[in-house]
Design a protein around this ligand. Structure first.
Ligand code: FES
Ligand code: FES
Length: 156
């Protein structure tokens, strides 16, 4: 039996411990906001946080994340108004949208460790997240905006 703590809620997991976390999230526990892209750790569509660090859930066995804090896109905020989500809406970042929950999770992790990133920080942190629609410029602008929004929220 493996205990998975997802978005603050504990789930007892009885299936194969080698199962990739992404399979457990989407197919078993129904957290469908995290997407399947390449299944090989190459595209970033499946990015979630494990103890605050961005990880590729498609190549992470559930046994490796037992008793750690897993956060998916559904767990960022109750109302979908995390500063990064707000910035994404304000700048209409998504095109088809498929890659975007992974993009947002990588952006949140970046801002958690570097609240005021420059363009280079952003390019480096986001380089593993592929967008077939090419929304990279808007993603960069939205991360700068999210940094500003987060500072405003703190300053209130
Ligand atoms: S689906 Fe996990 S990195 Fe592409
Ligand atoms: S918005 Fe379509 S793949 Fe990124």
């Amino acid at each position: 039996m493996i205990t998975l703590t997802i978005n603050g809620k504990e789930h007892q997991f009885n299936d194969d411990g080698d199962m990739p976390l992404l399979w457990a999230l989407r197919d078993i526990l129904k957290y469908a906001g995290t997407k399947y892209g390449c299944g090989k750790g190459l595209c970033g569509a499946c990015t979630v946080h494990v103890d605050g660090q961005p990880v590729r859930s498609c190549v992470m066995p559930v046994s490796a994340v037992a008793n750690q804090k897993i956060t998916t896109i559904e767990g960022l905020s109750e109302l979908g108004d995390h500063p990064v989500q707000q910035a994404w809406q304000d700048l209409n970042v998504p095109q088809c949208g498929y890659c975007q929950s992974g993009q947002i999770m990588s952006a949140v992790a970046l801002l958690d460790r570097e609240p005021n990133p420059n363009d280079k920080d952003i390019e480096l942190a986001m380089s593993g997240n592929i967008c077939r629609c090419g929304t990279y410029q808007r993603i960069k602008e939205a991360i700068h905006l999210a940094a500003d929004l987060a500072t405003e929220v703190k300053g209130r």
